[in-house]
Design a protein around this ligand. Structure first.
Ligand SMILES: [Mg+2]
Length: 305
């Protein structure tokens, strides 16, 4: 069972959630009503050898990525960062000095993106083959509008992405997946500019194919991506742009006029939202390649770093 099926299976037994749970599992963050306000929360882990190559990546960038990939989920909800908690398990030979360097990078990254590190735990594993694992919990509060969910896309909407897609995992130790800035401010500005015309949003961590499919599934719609319009990074092909993960850009569905950039970050229309019963489409998520409609699933889209 893969990650998504496994989680879905677990959440299915979750059918009697307290009314205080405002956003249940299945979005980029959950949300709970607390003390008259709402708090969003998400947890994610950075695993050495999977999300980063420790041999080619500085501890500075390892720590940075551990935090920024969680902050990207705050951006996906158009929420405001509140605070961060980190629990790390390190291999026994990692060394205290390097552990300190790693935590200092995480602390600095939290500070830079105004999501202060307010607590953490560090343990050295006894088994030398244990990988580095940083478990990062972020809390956030809604911006000036309620959080933007995955489930709000409507037929007739256009699908947009920020920035460029594909080719982020090229292993030269300086890839975009290590140095990206989470689109927190851009997401908040989009809610201001578009108001209730911004219907659904997700951050691109698993690749446009998979993540846009999450919007389609949650919203009960079909989505067609136009291969020719995909903004590609460097030498990435359109297949790479659909398949590669770790872009950490925003993908959103909106109606009406949408600006071509926000804070200098380009916004590109890449597809259209159709009714869930649009029978002319062979799958929930398709890519239009010239005259051919292809099921995006055929490119494979589970990322393995
Ligand atoms: Mg996400």
């Amino acid at each position: 069972m893969r990650e998504f099926e496994l989680l879905r299976h677990i959440y299915r037994s979750n059918d009697r959630l307290d009314v205080a749970v405002r956003i249940p599992p299945g979005d980029d963050m959950g949300m709970i009503r607390f003390g008259g306000g709402d708090i969003l929360a998400a947890v994610d882990q950075l695993v050495g050898g999977r999300h980063v190559n420790l041999e080619t990546t500085s501890l500075e960038l390892v720590g940075r990525k551990a935090i920024t990939r969680s902050l990207s989920d705050i951006a996906a909800m158009a929420a405001r960062p509140l605070c961060t908690l980190v629990a790390a398990t390190l291999p026994p030979d990692f060394g205290e000095e390097r552990a300190q360097e790693l935590f200092e990078s995480m602390r600095r990254t939290c500070e830079r993106f105004e999501c202060p590190l307010i607590g953490g735990d560090l343990a050295f594993h006894a088994d030398p083959s244990h990988p580095l694992v940083c478990s990062v919990t972020v809390l956030a509060v809604p911006g000036h509008v309620p959080p933007i969910l995955r489930s709000g896309a409507k037929p007739g909407d256009t699908l947009y992405v920020t920035g460029q897609l594909g080719g982020t995992m090229l292993e030269d130790g300086s890839g975009h997946h290590l140095t990206f800035d989470p689109r927190i401010t851009e997401a908040l500005m989009l809610t201001e500019m578009l108001g209730d015309r911004l219907h659904a949003m997700i951050d691109l961590s698993d690749g446009l194919g998979r993540d846009a499919d999450h919007i389609a599934e949650a919203s009960g719609v079909k989505i067609v991506i136009d291969a020719a319009r995909l903004p590609r990074r460097g030498n990435a092909s359109w297949e790479d742009a659909v398949r590669d993960g770790e872009d950490y850009e925003l993908c959103f569905a909106a109606t009406g006029s949408v600006p071509t950039e926000v804070r200098g970050v380009p916004i590109t229309p890449v597809g259209e939202v159709l009714p869930g019963d649009a029978d002319e489409l062979p799958a929930r998520l398709c890519v239009r390649d010239g005259d051919t409609l292809r099921e995006a699933g055929e490119f494979g889209w589970q990322h393995e770093a």
